[in-house]
Design a protein around this ligand. Structure first.
Ligand SMILES: Nc1ncnc2c1ncn2[C@@H]1O[C@H](COP(=O)(O)OP(=O)(O)O)[C@@H](O)[C@H]1O
Ligand SMILES: [Mg+2]
Length: 287
């Protein structure tokens, strides 16, 4: 738990990030994501509870850069330094070879900007530079606070692939926060959702998107006859427009069979995957 005066920023949130997987830490602005990550990185002392990296408090790590790669919100860089020099200074401080600076810049797609001053960098380039800094020590754990902020769509697409590569091919444990679910939806294996400092839901992406909430969209010329038949079979039917129904509680196969029994011709029969964004909004707005 961590309070700032009367504000309980994080309260009773507990989760584990496994090696080889990407965990999305999601919640609206002000939910407590940054505070949690700062607790993990030893930048904020929790009032109670613990946040451990590889079973140990961050402050006790002897070579943090080689164990944890962190990207925090609004990382500040010395504006007059070049990207390469910024990273080389970090290498020196951490006892890493200087060659890691250019390697990391290449990994994040900033090789061409290595000799440029950070002053002229866009927000997206700064995010990439912060990520390059996190990569320097080839850590096995990544803690990234809203790393997609400021990236253009191509940058977000690149980040997705990159985080999946770190986790799935290199076996890293990746924790990535976002207030925009769609940014990470295609990246994460596990999801932890918080709102107003409290844990709302956690599980695998599959668990959170299925959960009996699937909806079947069915189009039929004779929907007036089909609707009641579906209700008799236990479906909750919503009339979207003339001849178009949305059905909960039945699978597409069951809907198709009922239509066949009634000799109702279908124009369309689609099982809509639950939109996680909608689940996310429902979960976070009601609290
Ligand atoms: N240093 C601080 N001083 C006072 N309040 C803070 C501080 N840091 C965060 N808060 C408050 O704690 C809550 C959670 O903030 P934060 O962890 O930044 O959320 P998120 O990263 O999910 O947007 C907010 O109400 C915020 O205003
Ligand atoms: Mg934040």
């Amino acid at each position: 738990m961590k309070s700032f005066g009367p504000v309980r920023a994080v309260d009773g949130v507990s989760f584990t990030v496994e090696a080889g997987s990407v965990t999305g830490y999601l919640g609206p602005n002000g939910a407590g994501k940054t505070t949690t990550l700062r607790c993990l990185l030893g930048l904020v002392a929790p009032d109670s509870g613990r946040a451990l990296v590889g079973g140990r408090p961050y402050a006790s790590l002897t070579a943090p850069l080689t164990e944890v790669g962190a990207v925090l919100e609004a990382t500040s860089f010395h504006p007059g330094r070049t990207a390469r020099n910024h990273l080389r200074i970090l290498c020196t401080a951490a006892g890493l070879p200087q060659s890691r600076a250019d390697e990391a810049l290449a990994q994040v797609g900033l090789a061409d900007a290595a000799g440029k001053r950070v002053l002229g960098f866009s927000l997206g380039m700064r995010q990439r530079l912060a990520l390059a800094a996190a990569l320097l020590g080839r850590p096995r754990v990544y803690i990234l606070d809203e790393p997609a902020n400021g990236l253009d769509p191509a940058g977000i697409e690149w980040l997705r692939g990159f985080l999946r590569h770190l986790a799935h091919e290199q076996g890293a444990a990746v924790l990535v926060s976002s207030h925009v679910l769609s940014e990470v939806e295609q990246t994460v294996d596990n999801v932890v959702i918080i709102a107003r400092g409290r844990l709302v839901r956690q599980g695998t992406l599959t668990e959170l998107t299925s959960n009996g909430r699937s909806v079947v969209r069915v189009g039929a010329v004779n929907a007036a006859e089909l609707g009641p038949a579906l209700e008799t079979a236990g479906g909750a039917v919503e009339r979207v427009e003339d001849g178009l129904l949305r059905v909960r509680g039945l699978t597409a196969e069951e809907v198709g069979r009922i239509a066949l029994d009634r000799r109702v011709a279908l124009r369309e029969l689609v099982e809509e995957r639950t939109d996680l964004q909608k689940v996310f909004l429902d979960l976070t707005e009601e609290r």
